[in-house]
Design a protein around this ligand. Sequence first.
Ligand code: HEM
Length: 138
Amino acid sequence: MNWIATHPWAYPALETLHLVGVALLLGNLVLFEMRVWGAQPSLPVRPLAKLALGVALAGFALAAVTGTVMLASQWAELQANRALWLKAGLLVAAGANAAAFHLRGGLDKIDRVARLQTALSMGLWLLVVACGRFIAYV
Ligand code: HEM
């Protein structure tokens, strides 16, 4: 897959799609999490979650596929990259936090714990973004 890294536009195209995925993920999470924090209380939580979290998940899938292809195309250079491994750990933590939110029924129980979980979620995803950016500089 090394040709992708040297092709004139394949890698930038993948990076573009990667960032579209990131935007869909973060943008929709912010909407949903603001509702959990008390914004627009008249908006029903479940239909909003179905739409916003569905699009967020699609964005994550796009980022995961494009990220995996970028990684495979320059594995030799990136395998020792500390920002990449920190990002991988943060991705696992963000996934576990999202699973914990849903397993305790967070969509039907908007309380202090749910608000803490969504705040943690936003912090973790922002750190994932920062580590993604730092891959090129460490
Ligand atoms: C399985 C999932 C993922 C893998 C394997 C992956 C891998 C990568 C790789 C290889 C790069 C390119 C680094 C470079 O060449 O400079 C990158 C960049 C980046 N990633 Fe990911 N990524 C994944 C998911 C995500 C997610 C979910 C986010 C955000 C929430 C994210 C945010 C970023 C950002 C902001 C960049 C920098 C893009 C740029 O500088 O143009 N990544 N990622």
